[in-house]
Design a protein around this ligand. Sequence first.
Ligand code: ATP
Ligand code: MG
Length: 334
Amino acid sequence: MASNATQQPLLRLRGLSTCFSTHRGIVQAVKDVDLDVMPGECLGIVGESGSGKSVTFASVMGLIKPPGKITGGEVWFGGQDLVGLPPAAMRMLRGKQIAMTMQDALTALNPSMTVQAQLCEVILAHDEQVSDLPANQRKRRARDRAIEMMGLVGIPTAEKRLRDYPHQFSGGMRQRIMIAIALACKPRLLIADEPTTALDVTIQAQVLELIASLRREMGMSVVLITHDLGVVAEQCDRVAVMYAGQVIETGRTAEVIESPKHPYTQGLLRSIPNLDNPSAPIHPIAGTVPNLINFPSQCHFYSRCDRRQDACLQDIALTYVPDTHCARCLFAAA
Ligand SMILES: Nc1ncnc2c1ncn2[C@@H]1O[C@H](COP(=O)(O)OP(=O)(O)OP(=O)(O)O)[C@@H](O)[C@H]1O
Ligand SMILES: [Mg+2]
C-alpha cells in the first residue's frame, strides 16, 4: 500500500537521533531520521552494516540503554510520542501494539526457558482472550494458543516441541519462534530485523511468505530490515535506504530501484551481482563508511561520492522528486 495524503501514518519518526558515548568519543549512530509507516504497508529498510538500521528501531522500541541515548526527535505511534514515555507504558506497548524480532534469535530468546514458557508468558501478559479467563482455565488456554502460534509459523509437531529450549532448535526454527512470540499478541506493527539473514534460501522464502501472509490476514504494518534488495523488491511497498546513520533515500520500491536518485543507492544497485548475466562486472562502491565519531556537518557520502562539490560540505536536507520519492542529495532533482 503506498503512502497517500489522506491516510495518517501508524508510525512517524521525525528528526530521530541516537548517540552512544564511548571512550573514543560520541558515536552519532542515528541522525535526524524521518520515516513514516502507513497502516498495512511493508516498509523496507536497507543499508550496509553499521548504517543505523537496528539502532533506529531499537530507539522506537525504547530499547536503547546507556551508554546509548536518544538525543532528539519524535516517535509518534497511535497519537502519542514514545520518546520519554515511562518504561511501564512502553512495556505495555511492546508486544501488544509493536513487536520486534531481533537480528540474533539465539541471544534474543531466553536460553534458560522452554519455548512454551516464553510463548505463554507473552500470551498471558497481552492476550485478553486468555488473560481474562478464570485462573483455572488460563494456563491451558495459553498452552493451546502457543501450539496454535507454533503451527502458524510452520513448526511441525509443535505440541511435542513446546518443552524444548531455544538451543534445541535450528537457526531457521528459532527465527520462526521469535516471529511466533512477536505475533502472539497480534501487534499493529511488526519490526523484523534481518529475519532471514542467517537462513538458507528455502527457509528464507518460507519465513518471508509467512510474514506476508500474516500481513494480509491481520492487516498489520511491517518494517522489514534487510541487506537484500531482492527481498525488498519482492516484499516491500516502500523502501528507505540508510547510510552512516541517516535515511538518504525513500520512495515507492519501484521508484527507488528503477530510478535511484542518491549516488549511494545508485552504487548499491550497481554492486549487486546480475544472476541473468553472471559474467557481467560487479561495481563495488569505492572507499569505506565514515567513522561516525565527531562527524562533521556535511553530506555523509561525501568522501565516496564522484559528484561531490564544496556545496556538499554542509548538512544536506531531503529533496523531493517529485512527491513520494526523496533523496538527501543536492543533485537529486537534476
Ligand atoms: N552499544 C553500542 N555502543 C557503541 N556504538 C554502538 C552500539 N550499538 C551500535 N553502535 C554503533 O551504531 C552504529 C549503527 O549500528 P546498527 O547496529 O544500527 O547498524 P545496522 O545498520 O543495524 O548494521 P547491521 O547491518 O550490521 O545489522 C554502528 O556504527 C555501531 O557501531
Ligand atoms: Mg542491525
